[in-house]
Design a binder for this molecule. Structure first.
Ligand SMILES: *Cc1c(COP(=O)(O)O)cnc(C)c1O
Length: 411
């Protein structure tokens, strides 16, 4: 027996190295702290959340209710039901001019799982994935959980966070497996230019790596230009492009958990094999709702876009008037990402604590101004703070007022 060797009082349940190395999502941590303060009665302006503040449109809910009433409540095909795949295929044709077969599409439990399963399907231990910084929080852990190594590519606000193809070329090795692009971007709101995307697509073909194109915000862009990605701009790159998308952001359906992967059949088949061993099919009812969303009338999307544009315009009218705060105008998604670094080194009015980075700044804003926002360090760049404008104009106005006051109080 081990009992003499195991000190029961000090016993800790052993965990895998994999999970011990994994960082919890920092954006969820801030959200949890804000919610806890709110539960205690604090008047919190929550600009930390990454989901639309609108309700899911009624015709989409009706499709789910009908699915339940029709008894559509059993397992479906692992990679999704035919009518949802058909809706996705038509969307890709309509918005991107790209043609996919049913076998080139996999529906998953959220875009997040489509990404995860896709990475599990293509990355071997030691493979390298190029990731522009600032990046969405979940990309590095997903690459690492697949055994991959992230090669970070710093981008700058001075040119709208564009990627220099020469900078990619510098990072290429024999182990380069993929680059992850997210345009419009969470957290920066930037959109890559057509030329920039095309250059990257050409490089992918030339050097033989994948473009993981996270197009989840493709419907939320303010320049009136249509959807674009590496495959639509450079057809030769279609077999190199792994498109990730979903209904969460476009249709205010974050809780329904439907996303998808579209790409070369071999990769989709491999990702579906992985999905068959983790979740099996995404929720049958939610799939019916997503089909109604993607194939149905799109005026709900236009209305949400109009509201986001109005809020973005308000913020871009106010934020530049705050001394020493610089902010690139977002071209899409629903985030602003101002540079706060000119305030670092200043001290808080109450306890004279130094603001030494984005974490301290976000903490100060939460404690003093009761604004919840996400520190840039979560996205790999400590200069910035991310504010979501998936909040009413009134909420944003109050937020701006509090932000101005809190920043002016620093010395
Ligand atoms: C929200 C989001 C996703 C996926 O969200 P799901 O709800 O899992 O579909 C993927 N990428 C980015 C950048 C996001 O912001």
């Amino acid at each position: 027996m081990h009992s003499s060797m195991n000190n029961q009082a000090n016993w800790q349940p052993p965990l895998s190295e994999r999970v011990r190395n994994l960082k919890p999502s920092p954006t969820l941590a801030i959200d949890a702290k804000a919610k806890a303060l709110k539960a205690q009665g604090a008047d919190i302006i929550n600009l930390s959340v990454g989901e639309p503040d609108f309700d899911t449109p009624d015709h989409i809910k009706e499709a789910a209710i009908k699915a339940i009433k029709d008894g559509f409540t059993k397992y479906t095909a692992v990679g999704g039901i035919p009518d949802l795949k058909k809706a996705i295929i038509e969307k890709m044709e309509r918005d991107y001019g790209l043609t996919y077969s049913e076998n080139a599409v996999m529906v998953s439990t959220g875009g997040k799982l489509a990404l995860y399963n896709c990475m599990q399907a293509i990355i071997d231990p030691g493979d390298e994935v190029i990731l522009p910084v600032p990046y969405w929080v979940s990309y590095p852990p997903m690459v690492e959980l697949a055994g991959g190594v992230v090669r970070y590519l710093q981008t700058e606000p001075s040119n709208g966070f564009a990627i220099e193809p020469a900078a990619i070329a510098e990072l290429l090795t024999s182990r380069t497996k993929a680059i992850i692009l997210n345009s419009p971007s969470n957290p920066t709101g930037s959109v890559y230019s057509s030329e920039n995307l095309k250059d990257i697509a050409e490089l992918a073909v030339k050097h033989g790596f994948y473009v993981i194109s996270d197009d989840i915000y493709d419907a939320i862009r303010f320049d009136g230009k249509g959807c674009e990605n590496a495959a639509s701009l450079f057809p030769e790159a279609k077999d190199r492009t792994l498109v990730i998308n979903g209904v969460s952001k476009t249709y205010a359906m974050t809780g329904w958990r439907i996303g998808y992967l579209a790409g070369p059949e071999a990769v989709v088949k491999a990702a579906t094999k992985i999905q068959s061993q983790n979740t099996s099919n995404p929720t049958s009812i939610a799939q019916k709702a997503a089909a109604a969303a993607i194939a149905g009338p799109q005026d709900c999307v236009r209305n949400m876009l109009k509201a986001f544009a109005e809020r973005k315009d308000y913020l871009m009218q106010e934020l530049p008037s705050i001394p020493a705060l610089s902010c690139v105008e977002p071209k899409g998604a629903f985030y602003v990402f101002p540079d706060f670094s000119a305030y670092y080194g200043k001290k808080t009015p109450n306890n004279g604590r130094e603001i030494d980075g984005s974490l301290a700044m976000a903490d100060y804003l939460l404690d003093e101004a009761r604004i919840a926002a996400v520190p840039g360090i979560a996205f790999g760049d400590d200069r910035f703070i991310r504010f979501s404008y998936a909040a009413s104009l009134d909420t944003l106005k109050e937020g701006v007022k509090r932000l101005k006051k809190a920043l002016a109080a620093l010395s």
